[in-house]
Structures are given as structure tokens and as C-alpha cells.
Ligand binder design. Structure first.
Ligand code: AMP
Ligand code: MG
Ligand code: MG
Length: 338
């Protein structure tokens, strides 16, 4: 490769390290026990100190390095100076070494839109925290002053639902995505690394995980556990699934797809937003998968689009057409494409 790395590769390389920093913030706030929960539109739409600090960290770090990009974050925060200790200026050297797909080589900073979900799965994050608070400190092994604590409890599986999402769009398309899963490996004992970062770019590939498909032709549907209603469950049933997995987070559900634990993510409801789907869609697309609304239409990620994914989310690694063909007429009528 000649010359300096393409802008988009520099941005992905920074986003990778910035997402790791955000993941560390998410762990630290959980460990502090003081989540500072605020209800946004209601009890199932929450914001915590971790959402606020992680977003400040991500947005301030990326805009300092890339002042001309458009960044759209989930949380509405007062415009204030971001604490210097929240700024991350590092980048992944490994990503900089990759060859940028030819079609993205000349992209300019001002053409890129970054969609940020600083903490996806906030509901599950708060539930896991409540569970932690019911344990005595002695049951929660941790090293004071570091973020290497290890929770042990059954309800703590919810920690795996939590992700940090940074998606990059160009011309309305999700062209790169970074997902940090801050509590990955929480079950393992001290000494093993906590958290992981996955990333991908259509045309280049996806990294940080082992791609797997659900064995055989088994239809395993993953859907929401905290934002369900009759239309949502009717649509899941219409897929004639062999199994249904209800977990939190859009990022987490895409991880289920690419690691062979689910064959389709079916959410026939508004509620998911562009910051929930941009990064996951890019990674899914990089491994040959697809994310659309319930009609099979693609979402667009221009800076001025409506934030809500009003016509639901249908995502698959393979056989998208099968799942799209099973969506009931009643669902299609209830959820209009943009
Ligand atoms: P879930 O699968 O329920 O975890 O939802 C995936 C993402 O969409 C999360 O970021 C949720 O916060 C968001 N979401 C889905 N439905 C709703 C809703 N009814 N109200 C607010 N956020 C929602
Ligand atoms: Mg989210
Ligand atoms: Mg969020």
C-alpha cells in the first residue's frame, strides 16, 4: 500500500480503540454501583451515567481527531467541556495495516456520518447491576482501582447483552462498524481478559470473532426481551421457529447471528434507532448477512434521516428471503416503510 492510510481506515482504527475506552467506562460505572439512572420516555427507555460518559468519551475523542465528520449519538447531553480523562487518542495499528476497499479509498472526512450507541442494552445493564448490589462485596471479586472485577451470579448473563456501537456510514450506507462487548468473558476467573472488540467492513471482512452458522436448517429466532408486544410475538411465531432466544440489545443480537447461536433477529416494532443498527449492519454485511426492515427494505444512514427504524428490524446471516416471506400481512400493514 502506498501513501498514508485512507481516512475511513484511520477512522475505524480510532473507533476501535475509542470503543474499548467506552467499554472500560461502562465496566467502571457498574463497579461503582452508582448508575445515575434517568428515565427517558419511560421505564423501559433508560439512560445511566455510563451511557452519558461513554457517549461523551466517544464523541469528543472522534471529533477531536476528525473535526469534519458528522457524529450522531443516542443521548441528548448538555454541551459542556468533556473531561480530559475521557478522551482517547489511540488507534488500532492492526486496522491501519489493512487495505481499504478501493471504493472507499478517496472518501473525505466530511462525507462520513458516525452513529454512536454508547451503551446498547441499558435495560439489561441496570438489571445486572441490581443483581450485583444484592451480593455482598466479598462475593464480587475485584481488584480495587482497576476494572478487572468478576461477577458470579446467574442473572449476570445479562451483562453479555451490553455493547458499545460505533457505526460509520457513507452515502446512506453502513460501511464500517465496531462493537465492543465490555463484559465478554465475565464468567471466567481472574487472569483472563475481560471484554472484546469486533469490527467489520463490507468488502474487507469482519474481525474479532469466529464466524459460525447455526447447524443444519434450524430456525432459531432471537428477539427483544424487554420491548415485546403482541405484534412482535406474532411475527416471531410466524417464522415457525424451532427455538426463540429473548435477549437484550441490537448489537448483542447481531453477535448471536454471526456466532451461530441464532439464524434470524426478528423485531416487528418501532423502537430500534439508526445508532442501534448501523454498526451491527456493517459487520453482518461484511460476512454476507443482511439487515432490513420487515418489508425487506434497507435502512439509510444519511445525517438527516429519521432516527427511528419505524418498520422494525429483520436481520439474518443467511436465507433472508425465507424470513421476509413469512412476515404476516398484518405486521406489514402495521409497520410502514419510510
Ligand atoms: P431490545 O432488543 O429490546 O434490547 O432493543 C434493541 C434496541 O432498541 C435497544 O437499544 C433498545 O433500547 C431499543 N428499543 C427497542 N424498542 C424500544 C422501545 N419500545 N423504546 C425504547 N427503545 C427501544
Ligand atoms: Mg441501543
Ligand atoms: Mg444506548
Amino acid at each position: 500500500m502506498s501513501g498514508s492510510p485512507a481516512v475511513v481506515m484511520r477512522l475505524v482504527a480510532s473507533a476501535h480503540t475509542v470503543a474499548e475506552k467506552a467499554g472500560a467506562i461502562v465496566r467502571k460505572v457498574l463497579h461503582s454501583g452508582d448508575l445515575g439512572i434517568v428515565e427517558k420516555t419511560g421505564a423501559n427507555d433508560l439512560q445511566t451515567l455510563a451511557d452519558r460518559l461513554a457517549q461523551q468519551s466517544i464523541c469528543a475523542s472522534l471529533s477531536r481527531r476528525f473535526p469534519k465528520i458528522t457524529i450522531i449519538g443516542e443521548e441528548e447531553l448538555p454541551a459542556e467541556e468533556v473531561r480530559e480523562d475521557l478522551i482517547e487518542s489511540g488507534h488500532s495499528e492492526e486496522i491501519l495495516q489493512k487495505t481499504c476497499p478501493a471504493e472507499y479509498r478517496e472518501l473525505k472526512e466530511e462525507e462520513l456520518v458516525v452513529w454512536v450507541d454508547p451503551l446498547d442494552g441499558t435495560k439489561e445493564y441496570t438489571e445486572a447491576s441490581r443483581c450485583l448490589r444484592h451480593q455482598t462485596d466479598a462475593q464480587i471479586p475485584h481488584h480495587k482501582g482497576s476494572d478487572t472485577y468478576r461477577p458470579h451470579s446467574t442473572a449476570l448473563w445479562l451483562l453479555d447483552n451490553v455493547t458499545v456501537l460505533i457505526g460509520i456510514a457513507y452515502a446512506g450506507k453502513a460501511i464500517a462498524g465496531v462493537i465492543n462487548q465490555p463484559f465478554y468473558n465475565y464468567q471466567l476467573g481472574a487472569g483472563s481478559a475481560l471484554g472484546r472488540t469486533m469490527w467489520g467492513m463490507p468488502g474487507l471482512g469482519a474481525f474479532g470473532f469466529q464466524l459460525q452458522e447455526v447447524p443444519g436448517d434450524k430456525r432459531i429466532v432471537t428477539t427483544t426481551r424487554s420491548h415485546s408486544n403482541k405484534v412482535v410475538t406474532d411475527c416471531v411465531d410466524a417464522m415457525e421457529p424451532h427455538e426463540v432466544i429473548r435477549v437484550g440489545g441490537a448489537g448483542n443480537k447481531i453477535i448471536q447471528l454471526v456466532e451461530g447461536r441464532a439464524s434470524a433477529y426478528v423485531f416487528a416494532s418501532p423502537g430500534c434507532k439508526k445508532w442501534d443498527t448501523c454498526a451491527p449492519e456493517a459487520i453482518l454485511h461484511a460476512v454476507g448477512g443482511k439487515l432490513t426492515d420487515m418489508h425487506g427494505n434497507a435502512y439509510r444512514y444519511h445525517a438527516n434521516v429519521k432516527h427511528m427504524n419505524s418498520a422494525g428490524v429483520l436481520a439474518t446471516l443467511r436465507n433472508h428471503e425465507y424470513y421476509a416471506s413469512r412476515v404476516p400481512q398484518s405486521v406489514l400493514q402495521a409497520l410502514k416503510s419510510d
